[in-house]
Design a protein around this ligand. Structure first.
Ligand code: 6GU
Length: 277
C-alpha cells in the first residue's frame, strides 16, 4: 500500500517510523511518503493560510499550495506503483466535521492500494480544494471522535495505524483480527474482556480459576460473559443496538443479570431508559 501525507509539520509524522507501521515500511509492505506543504509555496514567508472570506475567527488554508502538492503526488504513482495499475487514490481529509472513523472504514481503506491524507491546521482547507479533487478522486472527510484537536496530524497517525495493522502480513498473527473489539460481526460488536498472563500470583492477586481449568468451553463462556459485562458498563449503546439473533440463550441470561430486559421487538433496553436510535 502507498500512503502520502501532506502537512506543514512533517516531524509530527515521525512516529510512522516506529513499531508496527515502521516495521511494515522497513519490510516494504507500506510505502509512506510525508510531504511538506510549504514546499509548494512561492513567497518568502512560505504562507499557507489567510483570513476567512465572510469574516470570523481563525485562518483558512489557502488552496494553491494544496493544489500544487496534490497534483504533484497524483503524478508520482510510479511506473510500477498504483498509478500504473490505473488505481486512483482515496483522498482522506481529517476534519472534526467528517464522517466517523470506524473499524468498518479502516477495513475499507485497507483494501485500497493508495491513500492520500491532507491533515490541516487552523480552521481547515479552502472548500474548493475538496470540490476540485472530489471530481477526480474518492474523497472521504473523516473525524476520529467527538472532540476538537488542533490539527489533523494526530488523526492521521491514528488512521494509518488502524489501516496498516489490517494489511496482509503486517500483524504477526492473522487470528488477532478476529476478536478485535469492533471487528465487523466478530464478537457481535462486544468489547473485549480482561486478559491475564504470568505470574499466576501478583501482589496477592490471582488469576480467575476458570482460565487455569483447561476447559475450553467454560473459558469461552467466561470470556463472553466478561465481554458482555464490560460492554454493558462502558458502551451500553452497543447492547441496545445489538441484533438479538447474534445472542444465544446464555448471552440473554447474562444480560438479564446485568439488568437488561428484552422488549417486544427482541431488542435490549434497561427499565426506565429511552431507546437511543
Ligand atoms: Cl480528524 N481533526 C481535528 N482537528 N479534530 C478532530 C478530528 C480531526 N477528529 C476529531 N477531532
Amino acid at each position: 500500500m502507498r500512503i502520502d501525507v501532506v502537512t506543514i509539520f512533517p516531524e509530527y509524522l515521525e512516529p510512522l517510523n516506529v513499531s508496527l507501521v515502521g516495521k511494515a515500511r522497513a519490510r516494504g509492505q507500506l510505502d509512506v511518503r510525508v510531504h511538506d506543504l510549504r514546499s509548494w509555496t512561492h513567497d518568502r514567508h512560505h504562507t499557507v493560510d489567510d483570513t476567512p472570506y465572510g469574516g470570523g475567527p481563525g485562518m483558512v488554508m489557502k488552496p494553491e499550495p494544496w493544489g500544487e502538492a496534490l497534483d504533484h503526488i497524483l503524478t508520482t504513482g510510479g511506473d510500477d506503483g498504483p498509478e500504473a495499475a490505473g488505481e486512483r487514490p482515496v483522498l482522506v481529509v481529517p476534519t472534526p466535521s467528517g464522517e466517523p472513523f470506524t473499524q468498518e472504514l479502516a477495513v475499507e481503506l485497507s483494501e485500497r492500494p493508495w491513500l492520500v491524507f491532507t491533515p490541516a491546521r487552523y480552521e481547515g482547507i479552502d472548500r474548493r480544494v475538496i470540490e476540485e479533487y472530489g471530481e477526480r478522486l474518492d474523497v472521504r472527510e473523516v473525524s476520529i471522535g467527538d472532540y476538537v484537536l488542533a490539527g489533523g496530524e494526530a488523526p492521521v497517525l491514528v488512521m494509518v495505524e488502524a489501516v496498516a495493522r489490517l494489511l496482509p502480513g503486517v500483524l504477526g498473527n492473522a487470528e488477532s483480527h478476529r476478536d478485535d473489539s469492533f471487528a465487523p460481526g466478530a464478537m457481535a460488536d462486544l468489547l473485549e474482556g480482561p486478559v491475564f498472563t504470568k505470574p499466576p500470583e501478583w501482589r496477592g492477586r490471582g488469576i480467575p480459576e476458570v482460565l487455569l481449568s483447561g476447559h475450553h468451553g467454560r473459558i469461552a463462556r467466561w470470556r463472553r460473559d466478561q465481554a458482555l459485562a464490560r460492554t454493558s458498563a462502558n458502551r451500553p449503546d452497543l447492547i441496545a443496538r445489538c441484533d438479538p439473533a447474534a445472542l444465544d440463550k446464555r448471552d440473554r441470561a447474562t444480560l438479564a443479570e446485568l439488568g437488561w430486559q428484552q422488549g417486544t421487538d427482541g431488542r435490549f433496553g434497561r427499565p426506565g431508559e429511552a431507546v437511543e436510535e
